[in-house]
Design a protein around this ligand. Structure first.
Ligand SMILES: *Cc1c(COP(=O)(O)O)cnc(C)c1O
Length: 372
């Protein structure tokens, strides 16, 4: 199907991704590895194509949440080191991890023992220390014992030690997390058991301070051009994803016309309404009904009435020449149509907006540098 036939689609701009990687690499400097977090199909951007672009742009590691995600990258021929950030507990999972050459995260002594009992050959592993997130990892007080255990077990080769930040400000808990992590690192160092890679920072930590970078950073949302928080927007990142849909019908209606289910919008003047072929099943949250602006012919126009499963309505009153087939830009550069603005309106985070476009819409990767 040609692009002109799609009713709605997601556009991915690999040049924006490359730009973001260059900006981030410049920020972290040459001594810090950049691990691109491509879990959840690269936050809805397409894990394989994002990974290929990222590797071509100087990223050295990839990070996934599940074995299936790692498998999909290997099947696509990707050979770089892949960190599996989710936990694995069964011998079957251990075998899969080995088979697909993933580097697992060991969170507990129990997992370390399962790996040691199942492995037939040496395996690089990363040890997870919980310094305050209380999600995965061995708590910092028991960190040294955990590290010693892993060193005693056969075939486990500690390649990394890491922790994960729960907040985005030093004064909101990062200071404690850093102190706890530093204590464990110093203990490991004293016993000659410090793994070569040490990592703590997600996008927020990476943007917040070089003090948090150690020698690898695990960056997700910033790669895709969004800041994790407004106070961390100091780098010139560019959104990688745009979301567009076609206008399918245009009509003139009188004052007092109710629009869509529940008629939560009623026209207050003779109006021109444009119906667009995108709805909440595609990833435009229904709770944004009546609350967003969409770009038509380069101008922001209000979305009106309830967003339905496959369609919604725009108020294009006063705009000349709007016709079926015209494109409406829901997310994209050039008019404040950002995932951050939607997240703000919904009381959620931009991550959830991006992941919402993972399921139904075709994803078009724009042609990158005209090299062939
Ligand atoms: C998802 C995730 C990241 C990336 O987080 P961003 O905020 O998107 O940068 C880093 N580390 C771990 C362990 C994660 O689960």
């Amino acid at each position: 199907m040609l692009q002109r036939d799609y009713r709605a689609w997601v556009e991915i701009d690999p040049q924006a991704l490359t730009h973001n990687i260059q900006v981030l690499k410049h920020w972290i400097g040459p001594r810090v590895h950049l691990l691109a977090v491509v879990k959840a199909d690269a936050y809805g951007h397409g894990a394989v194509s994002v990974s290929e672009t990222a590797l071509a742009s100087g990223v050295s590691w990839l990070g996934v949440a599940t074995i299936e995600e790692g498998m999909a990258l290997r099947r696509a021929g990707i050979r770089c080191p892949i960190l599996l950030m989710g936990a694995t507990n069964s011998p079957e999972e251990v075998q899969e991890v080995v088979h697909w050459h993933l580097q697992p995260t060991l969170c507990t002594p129990r997992q370390a023992l399962t790996y040691a009992e199942t492995l037939r050959a040496p395996l690089p592993v990363h040890l997870k220390i919980d310094t305050g997130m209380s999600r995965l990892g061995t708590r910092w007080e028991a960190g040294l014992d955990f590290i010693r255990l892993v060193h005693r077990l056969p075939l486990l080769q500690p390649q990394g030690i890491y922790s994960h930040l729960a907040t985005t400000r030093f004064e909101d808990g990062i200071r404690e997390q850093v102190e706890r992590f530093d204590t464990v690192l110093a203990q490991a160092q004293t016993h000659g058991m410090l793994p070569p890679l040490v990592h703590l920072a997600n996008s927020a930590g990476t943007l917040l301070s070089p003090r948090l970078h150690h020698n690898l950073v695990r960056v997700g949302v910033a790669l895709y051009g969004l800041s994790p928080e407004p106070h961390l927007a100091h780098l010139p990142l560019q959104p990688v994803m745009s979301v567009k849909a076609r206008i399918t019908q245009v009509q003139e209606v009188p004052t007092g016309t109710g629009v869509s289910y529940g008629q939560i919008f009623v026209t207050v003047r003779p109006s021109t309404l444009a119906t667009v072929a995108i709805g909440y099943a595609d990833g435009v949250p229904r709770n944004l009904s009546n609350r967003i602006q969409v770009l038509v012919h380069g101008r922001p126009v209000p979305q009106v009435g309830a967003i339905t499963m496959d369609q919604c309505v725009l108020d294009v009153t006063g705009m000349a020449g709007v016709q079926p087939g015209d494109v409406a830009t829901f997310l994209g550069p050039g008019g404040g149509q950002t995932a951050e603005a939607w997240a703000e309106a919904l009381g959620t985070i931009s991550y959830e907006i991006l992941c919402g476009f993972k399921h139904r819409l075709p994803r078009l990767v724009l042609a990158s540098v005209p090299s062939h």
